[in-house]
Ligand binder design. Structure first.
Ligand code: AP5
Length: 215
């Protein structure tokens, strides 16, 4: 199974990815997570990407496309993968189509999750994440059991540097300009399913299972 989760920042792509990969036994490929790890390790890619990520701008297509091509060629992708945060531009989508064709693979479905801007701002400014295991929390909707401590690995939670109100607003603007056209792109390919991202995490996951089937 090869899937794309499409949606504005904060609609719940990372949260739903955790559920999807468990249920359908596929790997998650989050371009945001890969880039944050490159930044943390101060690699060449990380140094180039950092300036864009801090402002909520997109990292240049050529860097992202190379990164994805390398990642999907790794052996753990053999049973399928879920792309979270890629593609984000028409250029990236076209390159991905080409990669899939060259590898003789087929993209099964693109799930677009829709949430209104006001709710997104609330979700992202109150999000806290675990820098060690990547678990995602929300101070109101999904607080950790112990204040600012990860339930899973016990690390101290952090706020992502791009989760400030101003940067979130810019990320939403960038989404509308560069990523939203992908809805039409995949609709034309008859690969698109759209769902509302409102409601509880379980309710949203039920909508996803309705699309992917209850294996
Ligand atoms: P990336 O890390 O991909 O960030 P994003 O797309 O902006 O998405 P987020 O991770 O912010 O949100 P999400 O949809 O995963 O929501 P989550 O599940 O955490 O990208 C970061 C940066 O990297 C980009 O700005 C760019 O610079 C660069 N980049 C990455 N990919 C790139 C690419 N392909 N090309 C170029 N540049 C790229 O949920 C959010 C919050 O809501 C959490 O607190 C969660 O607990 C809560 N929540 C989730 N679901 C619900 C619910 N149903 N009800 C209530 N609260 C909920």
């Amino acid at each position: 199974m090869i899937l794309i989760l499409l949606g504005a920042p904060g609609v719940g792509k990372g949260t739903q990815s955790e559920n999807i990969i468990k249920k359908y036994s596929i790997v998650q490929i989050s371009t945001g997570d890969i880039l944050r790890s490159e930044v943390k390790n101060e690699t060449d890619l990380g140094k180039k990407a950092k300036q864009f990520m801090e402002k909520g701008e997109l990292v240049p297509d050529d860097l992202i496309i190379k990164m994805i091509e390398k990642r999907i060629s790794q052996p753990d992708c053999i049973n399928g993968f879920l792309l979270d945060g890629f593609p984000r531009t028409i250029e990236q989508a076209k390159s991905f189509d080409k990669m899939m064709e060259e590898k003789g693979l087929n993209l099964n479905r693109v799930i677009y999750i829709d949430v209104a801007d006001d709710e997104i701002i609330d979700r992202l400014t109150l999000r806290r994440v675990c820098p060690t295991c990547g678990a995602i929390y929300h101070l109101k909707n999904k607080p950790p059991k112990q204040d600012m401590i990860c339930d899973i690995c016990g690390s101290k939670l952090i706020q992502r540097s791009d989760d400030t109100k101003e940067t979130v607003k810019n990320r939403l603007k960038v989404f509308k300009e560069h990523t939203k056209p992908l809805i039409e792109y995949y609709d034309k390919q008859e690969k698109l399913s759209s769902i509302s991202g409102l409601g509880t995490v379980d309710e949203v996951f039920s909508r996803i299972k309705d699309i992917l089937g209850n294996r």
